[in-house]
Each structure stands twice: as structure tokens, then as C-alpha cells.
Design a protein around this ligand. Structure first.
Ligand SMILES: C[S@@+](CC[C@H](N)C(=O)[O-])C[C@H]1O[C@@H](n2cnc3c(N)ncnc32)[C@H](O)[C@@H]1O
Length: 356
């Protein structure tokens, strides 16, 4: 048996991450089973022979997953290692793999238990980096053309060794972008839209699709974090909310506040972007966004779907089906990209963007 996949996710969302990997693997013709503990912050996908594992490596991209922040093929699991000498078994496992790596990332699950391992990850990482370089299994400088080695600490004596290719894996350790909230951001929610723009689009796509001078509508805008992010990118924003906007949002001079119901307000002319962060039933939001697109009021969109219910993966699949069917019937070709961002709590963020 192969050592399976390691999928880090938001703590508490392991059932969704597990349901999703079973479903997505089945779509690739691969059967396996998920193994996880509640609130551990990760899922393992096991029961794969080496053929199935390499098939998933080829066919299943982490980008297609909503609840997993990363999707790593594991090549070794080390259990009950001696805390006085962790280096020897790891060097042996890397040597057995026989592959030279271009970078080393030390990781641990983003959950209460996992976080206690961050000090060890740092100190062991320093020792391991030196050890690997001495024997030639790690390049002297980061090489983004070579595979990356992930050492995942699951406990002081239990670790996984996994690999990824920098071009097809999350560019951040544990799939978590480290974004800093600007001092004048109107709300922490600003980070959500920043992360969505970074995660759901490539740099090239961003520069093609999001341009100064474009017009955007922000439904459920107060206190103005999302509007502020768009304004800073040079867009003219209509911010719809009965609540007040922060001074720093108004101060951009790019945001017009309309005190109105986001389910009723419409622009006089079509806009380039519709963004929506209203706390509402996800089905209502999905229908509203579909209406805007089908009626030609916006060209592309980023919105949140709040997921307070059980069976959240099934709900998301259903909503996606519903929206894509409506767009298809209207002859609109947009691509659905969705992710539970690091800054998302009980919600996911979806982008509907051009197909090319
Ligand atoms: C999570 S907050 C939005 C935060 C905002 N994205 C930011 O970055 O600061 C949700 C907002 O949705 C607004 N909202 C909820 N239902 C609404 C509706 N029907 N019409 C307009 N705004 C609504 C609330 O007033 C609230 O300000």
C-alpha cells in the first residue's frame, strides 16, 4: 500500500474535507478511504496502491479542492521515532526515495494540538536542512523547478514525509498565506477578499481581469473592507449596506455608499465585478448572484456562501450545480472556483471568472 495523501484543512471541517476527497478521487476512478480525527486540522486519504496514488498525483489538482488547503502525496510515515535522534530515520527515508529536492518545508496541522509542535518544527527543520544538504538531497538554494520536500509533524515521534511540485501545490506552508492587515483597513474581512484574489486567480489572471477604472458593486459592504480592497486596486465601487462605512473606506474617494437592501438594489449600467459578503442563506445568495449574471448586470463575481448547516460539502455541490446550470442555460461560460480560505470561518469563497 502507498502512504496516501495528506490534506490539511480548517479545524472542524475534516468531515467536509473527507467527503470531498472521496468524491474527487472517485471522479478520477480511484477508491480509497479517509482517516481523520475531529478538530485535528487534517485528513489522510488511505487505502491506495501505488498505481492509484500516482494516478491521483497526476489527475487531482489541489486547486480543484475547496476544503483542503493543500493535497500532498505522502511517501513515508515514520512512527515512534527516537526523540533523541529524529535526523537518522528522516535522512534514511529521503535516501530511500532517491530524489533531490529544491526546498524543505516543515509543517504541522493548524489546530490546537498541531500548533504545540511549531517550536520543534523550527529546530528540527534547521538540523534537517543542514543534514540533507550535506548528503546532497537538498539544493543549496531554493529551486522552484525541483520537487519540494514536506516534513509534517503529527506528534513529537510521528511524522509524514510528502512531496509536491511548486507549480501545482499551494505556494504557502500549510496552504496558509500570511497576509498582514493594513492599519487603515476598515475590517478584518478585507483579508478575505485579498486572500480570494491571491488564491482563486493567478497573477496573470488578476492583471487581466481586475483593472483600475473598472466598476464594482459590493453587496453587504459595511464597514467596507471588501470595497476598500477594490478601491485600492483602482476600481470605482458602489457599496450597498444599510450599515455605516468606515472613514478609511469613504476616504479613498472611490466608494459610493448606497443605504439599500442588497437583494433589491441594481446598478443603472452593467458592472465589471459583483462581490457579496452578506450574511444570508447560501441558497438565496446563489440565486441572487445567478440573477445578476444572467440578467447581464455584472460580468464576474466573488462571493461568500455561509455554511451553518450539516453536510456542508453536499450543500456546496448542490449550489454549484444550480448556479452552473442556470449560467449554462443562459449561454454564459464562466468557471467556478471555490475555496475555504484561511480567513473564512463557517463559509467558503467562490469566484465565477472567464473560462479562458
Ligand atoms: C460580514 S459583514 C460584511 C463585511 C464586509 N465585507 C467588509 O469587508 O467589511 C455583512 C454585512 O452584510 C450586510 N447585510 C446583510 N443583509 C443585507 C441586505 N439584505 N442588504 C444589504 N446588506 C446586508 C450587513 O449589514 C453587514 O454589514
Amino acid at each position: 500500500m502507498a502512504a496516501g495523501l495528506y490534506l490539511p484543512c480548517r479545524a472542524g471541517f475534516e468531515p467536509e474535507c473527507a467527503a470531498e476527497i472521496v468524491d474527487q478521487a472517485a471522479r478520477c476512478g480511484v477508491a480509497g478511504y479517509p482517516k481523520t480525527d475531529r478538530d485535528s486540522g487534517f485528513v489522510r486519504f488511505l487505502g491506495l496502491d501505488s498505481g492509484s496514488q500516482s494516478l491521483l498525483e497526476k489527475r487531482l489538482s489541489w486547486r480543484a479542492l475547496i476544503f483542503a488547503r493543500q493535497c500532498l502525496p505522502v511517501f513515508a510515515e515514520l512512527l515512534e521515532i527516537d526523540p533523541k535522534d529524529r535526523l537518522t530515520p528522516v535522512l534514511a527515508a529521503v535516501a530511500a526515495r532517491g530524489q533531490r529536492f529544491g526546498d524543505l518545508w516543515m509543517e504541522h496541522p493548524d489546530a490546537d494540538e498541531g500548533r504545540t509542535l511549531s517550536g520543534l518544527a523550527r529546530s528540527f527543520g534547521n538540523a534537517l536542512r543542514g543534514g540533507l544538504r550535506r548528503v546532497g538531497w537538498l539544493s543549496a538554494n531554493t529551486d522552484l523547478n525541483a520537487p519540494r520536500l514536506h516534513v509534517i509533524l503529527l506528534g513529537g515521534t510521528h511524522l509524514l514525509l510528502a512531496h509536491s511540485h511548486p507549480a501545482d501545490s499551494s505556494p504557502w506552508p500549510q496552504g496558509i498565506p500570511r497576509l498582514r492587515l493594513a492599519h487603515d483597513a476598515p475590517s478584518r474581512s478585507a483579508l478575505k477578499l485579498e486572500e480570494a484574489l491571491l488564491t482563486l486567480m493567478s497573477e496573470q489572471e488578476r492583471s487581466r481581469w481586475l483593472k483600475p477604472g473598472q466598476r464594482a458593486v459590493d453587496l453587504g459592504a459595511a464597514p467596507g473592507g471588501w470595497s476598500w480592497v477594490l478601491a485600492r486596486a483602482g476600481l470605482q465601487v458602489s457599496a450597498i449596506d444599510n450599515g455605516p462605512l468606515a472613514e478609511s473606506a469613504i476616504g479613498t474617494g472611490m466608494i459610493k455608499h448606497h443605504r439599500a437592501d442588497g437583494f433589491r438594489w441594481r446598478p443603472e449600467h452593467p458592472v465589471d465585478w459583483l462581490v457579496c459578503d452578506m450574511v444570508e442563506q447560501p441558497k438565496r445568495v446563489a440565486e441572487l448572484i445567478s440573477d445578476w449574471l444572467v440578467q447581464g448586470d455584472c460580468r464576474r463575481t466573488i462571493f461568500n456562501l455561509k455554511l451553518p448547516m450539516k453536510k456542508r460539502y453536499a450543500e456546496v455541490c448542490q449550489l454549484r450545480e444550480l448556479m452552473m446550470q442556470r449560467l449554462h442555460d443562459a449561454g454564459i461560460e464562466l468557471r467556478w472556483r471555490a475555496r475555504q480560505l484561511y480567513h473564512d470561518r463557517e463559509e467558503i469563497t467562490v469566484a465565477l471568472v472567464p473560462a479562458d
